[in-house]
Design a binder for this molecule. Structure first.
Ligand SMILES: [Ca+2]
Length: 347
């Protein structure tokens, strides 16, 4: 029998210590074993799934023995840790883990979906604290589409309904706007669409007005691109609003674009009749929209450009951003929210 000498033991001990420290660190935070789940509540400890509701507090916070959680975990239909799964015309008790991961088709059954969320998050929590946040494989497409419907209704309410505005419009500042993010059309079609709603594509009166609308888009958490009432009809009008008044160019309205080219910029001093390169010919990698050479003759505010204005191809498809132009009238009856009521009063 080989006996390890004293010398080799003393060399080995620090290595073993280091190794065990490494293993301990690796076990922290996330559980590497598929059959394990983290304790939660700030505890890094991982416990085997079978320790959930085994009447023994394994997590220091004892979330693994939470009474409401265990009522679900130990259900009447099946053994502890199992749930009745009905799919493809037959039902059987399977482990909760399997139940939650089953898809195409998913299990039909009475298991509280918060359990599946907990397993998905891989963190034990008290049942009342679990929020269903994930749309994943264990939710069928019906549930998924219903969830999308709820989000859609929420967005519609934020963008196309207000008691002070007619249907399809919401109040932003002192104007009724329609942020028709659900459809996208060419610039000309967008204008026609606004007209059918008693409005026109929006024109910005000044920087404050512009900031107000952009802030609303951000708050409504929209991610669409919108057509506004600016375009380049010909050289004599240049960039102008649909009433032919000139659009102000530059900051704070227009987007900047990065360019691979290194470009110098000119400054002009009309009093001196002089134009020269800015900052002694220093070169810059950004240009500001609209382009000098016309690629797009229509003005859009895009999500890509954080809703700064940019010149875009008039045939590209974007959502209409309409402003109500009718100044009087009574709209709808009763209610509120989408299609809501009210005497319309605009300045
Ligand atoms: Ca336990």
């Amino acid at each position: 029998m080989a006996v390890m000498g004293v010398d080799s033991l003393t060399t080995l001990t620090p290595l073993l210590l280091l190794l065990s420290l490494f293993l301990a660190m690796a076990a922290g935070n996330t559980c590497t074993d598929d059959d394990e789940i983290q304790c939660g509540g700030g505890e890094d400890k991982c416990i085997p799934l079978r320790y959930i509701c085994d009447s023994d507090g394994d997590c220091d916070n004892e979330y693994d023995e939470d009474t409401p959680l265990c009522q679900v975990w130990r259900n009447d239909e099946c053994d502890k840790g199992q749930a009745m799964c009905t799919r493809l015309g037959s039902g059987s008790c399977i482990s909760i883990m399997e139940y939650c991961s089953m898809s195409d088709p998913p299990c039909q059954g009475n298991l509280d979906q918060r359990i599946c969320q907990m397993l998905h998050d891989n963190v034990v929590d008290r049942l009342e604290n679990i929020q269903i946040t994930t749309i994943s494989g264990w939710v069928n497409n019906l549930v998924r589409s219903e969830r999308l419907g709820e989000e859609f209704a929420l967005l519609l309410n934020r963008t196309m309904g207000h008691q002070s505005c007619p249907p399809m419009y919401t109040l932003v500042g002192d104007q009724c706007l329609s942020l028709f993010f659900i459809g996208s059309v060419s610039w000309g079609e967008a204008g026609a669409f606004c007209e059918t709603l008693g409005g026109e594509l929006i024109t910005f009166k000044n920087a404050t007005h512009y900031a107000e609308v952009v802030t609303h888009l951000k708050e409504a958490q929209l991610t669409s691109d919108f057509w506004i009432g600016g375009r380049y009809p010909n050289e004599s009008l240049g960039w102008s609003w649909i009433d032919d008044s000139p659009m102000q160019l530059g900051t704070p309205y227009w987007a900047i674009r990065h360019t691979g080219d290194c470009l110098t910029r000119n400054v002009t001093y009309p009093e001196l009749g002089e134009t020269r390169e800015a900052n002694a010919g220093e070169c810059y990698n950004y240009v500001q929209a609209p382009r000098n050479y016309l690629q797009g003759r229509c003005v859009s505010i895009t999500y890509n450009h954080y809703y700064y204005m940019s010149d875009e191809d008039c045939l590209s498809k974007r959502s209409p951003l309409c402003v109500l132009t009718e100044t009087a009238g009574t709209y709808g009856i009763g209610g509120g929210g989408v299609g809501g009521v009210a005497q319309l009063s605009l300045p």
